[in-house]
Design a protein around this ligand. Structure first.
Ligand code: GLA
Length: 598
């Protein structure tokens, strides 16, 4: 009885109110402006009223994002000048933007970096001093950085790994190439430019592009490492570096940078957003606390009919509200940096509400460093998942992403999500509990739209299926695919009959070109059967290692374009393991997935 009355008083949180609303289908609705959660009596369906009220109070509490355990641990949040203004920036534009962010709720929501992209350059002087465009920044950069800092915000700058900037090579707006960027890059000026930016002026972030580096055919890894070292040499340890090489550069990027661009430039249209999501679906293994795949600056607020950008001729046609939700939600789910690209002085109210939604932000702004990964695919409709509160816990974020042009009926299976028992589903965008389910639930999602949930389950279930396309490929990089075909290292590739429609190809031939499933969590230790689905053009082999010790050499026959299975029995203790497939001296078969059964 004592316990019951204690519970009753906690359930009687005065922020929680009961409503009878037979017309609405939500069980709990959170209204953050009112600081209230409303429980719908008509949708309790035999559930314990007080248990639901206690959940409502917890959902209200979850709208407060706890402070980061380390200032560099979460994806960067802020604004960048490029998407709206191109090279047409100025001291006024930057400072007005900073003032708007400080007062319109964006800073309060966590958008603190004000990043100046291309367009400020005026080459280097003969004695090697970086100069600023005298028309756009007549007072130099000092008052700009100081003005941003005075508002409690952080300041970001931009450069190129080579000699000339992208704006000087490609242009950046209606006026054609920006000649000020000729000779404006870091090449030959690392130490002096880093001292200027981070010591004298006090910038807190730098994005380093690659147009000039590309022209000079520089080695990416070597060049970006030199730049990272030059930043370190200034003594600043809080500066964040972004590598902008328009494709996943390689796993080395995480050793030297906080984020790295994974694609070509975004544009404000659906095709561009879908393309970028597609290119980031299988990169979760490379995301970790403090180090993230960068999907490019946001095109939120660039709505059809309300578009404000200099890139109208370059494909900015605007996006619909559904596409905007998909865009922002997927950037959150995939733990991309969140850099607003619209004019925040005139940001649409609906956009501001979307990008300050604390439930969506919590999916991006937490210390786990996890990127969502694909667990189910049906045509261009994908289900993605990642842990919400702790690794291997009972709370998971789930995205239903409809990349297709038709409405899609998703079947969400608890087994695919490694969840069991009763599952409470909170819709992050609607800020509403949509009820609970067991085993599976169907959800219809409009074309180009997405649903984002937090699922709180009774039980976490041990994972059975590990897809190869979601594994860590140590030598994975996309530079060869796009440009010079330099490496020939392992990569995910489509194969229609494969599970998830994907396999990993080009594995082996080198000790470092391996595939690894990290975070293989075993609840009950014992003998396990590991089934590896593969496809192989001829007779091949690989070594299967658990936690660094070689367990077995697996030899397979050619499969003539079909899939086949290899089985290995292994003792696995309770705990978290790493399973590696490797072949240092020959090509491996293409790998589809690993299935683990006790
Ligand atoms: C490249 C980058 C863009 C932007 C422009 C500036 O295209 O990928 O994000 O910085 O350069 O010129």
């Amino acid at each position: 009885m004592a316990a019951l009355s204690a519970f009753a008083s906690s359930g009687a949180d005065e922020r929680v109110e009961y409503r009878d609303c037979p017309k609405c289908d939500k069980r709990i609705r959170v209204d953050l402006a009112a600081g209230k959660a409303y429980v719908n009596l008509s949708r309790l369906e035999g559930a314990d009223k007080e248990v639901v009220a206690a959940r409502a109070a917890r959902l209200l509490d979850a709208a407060r994002i706890p402070p980061a355990s380390d200032p560099k641990i979460r994806p960067l949040m802020g604004w960048s000048s490029w998407n709206t203004f191109g090279v047409g920036i100025s001291e006024d534009v930057i400072l007005e933007t900073a003032r708007a962010m400080a007062t319109n709720g964006l800073k309060a929501a966590g958008y603190t970096y004000v990043n100046i992209d291309d367009g400020f350059f005026w080459g280097h002087s003969e004695d090697g001093i970086l100069r600023f465009n005298p028309k756009r920044f007549p007072n130099g950069m000092k008052p700009v950085v100081d003005g941003i800092h005075a508002l409690g915000l952080k300041a970001g700058i931009y450069s190129d790994a080579g000699a000339d900037t992208c704006g000087s090579v490609w242009g950046g707006g209606p006026d054609g190439p920006d000649n000020g960027g000729v000779g404006g890059g870091l090449y030959g000026h690392d130490a002096a430019d880093c001292k200027l930016h981070f010591v004298d002026l006090g910038f807190d972030f730098i994005k380093v592009d690659y147009c000039g580096g590309f022209v000079l055919k520089l080695d990416e890894r070597k060049r970006y490492t030199e730049i990272a070292n030059a930043i370190k040499a200034t003594g600043r340890t809080d500066v964040r570096l972004n590598i902008c090489r328009w494709g996943f550069p390689g796993t080395w990027a995480a050793d030297i940078a906080e984020s790295w661009r994974t694609t070509g430039d975004i544009r404000a249209n659906w095709g561009s957003i879908r393309q970028i999501i597609g290119e980031n679906l299988y990169l979760s293994a490379y995301s970790k606390p403090g180090h993230y795949n960068d999907m490019d600056m946001l095109e939120v607020g660039q709505l059809v009919g309300q578009l404000k950008s200099v890139f109208g001729k370059n494909g900015d046609t605007g996006i619909t509200p559904d596409e905007e939700t998909t865009h922002f939600g997927m950037w959150c789910m995939l733990s991309s940096p969140l850099l607003i690209g619209c004019d925040v002085r005139t940001i649409p109210a609906s956009t501001k509400a979307l990008i300050t939604n604390p439930y969506l932000l919590a999916m991006n702004q937490n210390d786990l460093g996890l990127q969502g990964y694909v667990v189910a695919k049906d045509g261009a409709a994908y289900i993605l998942v990642k842990d919400a509160v702790e690794k291997f816990g009972r709370s998971r974020y789930v995205a239903l992403y409809n990349g297709s042009d038709q409405a899609h009926d998703f079947t969400v299976r608890a087994a695919d999500l490694d969840l069991g028992g009763r599952i409470d589903a909170f819709d992050l965008v609607e800020m509403a509990d949509v009820g609970c389910f067991k085993d599976q639930v169907s959800v219809n999602v409009a074309p180009h739209a997405s649903k984002f949930y937090r699922f709180d389950a009774e039980r976490r279930v041990q994972r059975k299926v590990y897809e190869a396309e979601c594994a860590y490929l140590a030598d994975y990089q996309e530079l060869d695919e796009r440009f010079e075909k330099k490496f020939g290292t392992a990569a995910p590739a489509p194969m229609e009959s494969a599970s998830g429609g994907m396999v990993v190809v080009k594995l082996g031939n080198s000790a470092t070109n391996y595939l690894e499933w990290r975070d293989v969590k075993i609840d009950n230790g014992g003998e396990y059967v590991l089934v590896i689905d593969y496809s192989s053009p001829d007779d091949r082999a690989f070594d299967l290692a658990v936690d660094g010790g070689v367990v077995r050499r697996v030899e397979v026959k050619g499969t003539e374009g079909r899939l086949s299975k290899a089985e290995v029995s292994v003792k696995l203790s309770a705990g978290v393991h790493t399973i590696r497939l490797a072949n240092a001296s020959a090509r491996m078969p293409d790998i589809d997935r690993l299935t683990l059964t006790p």
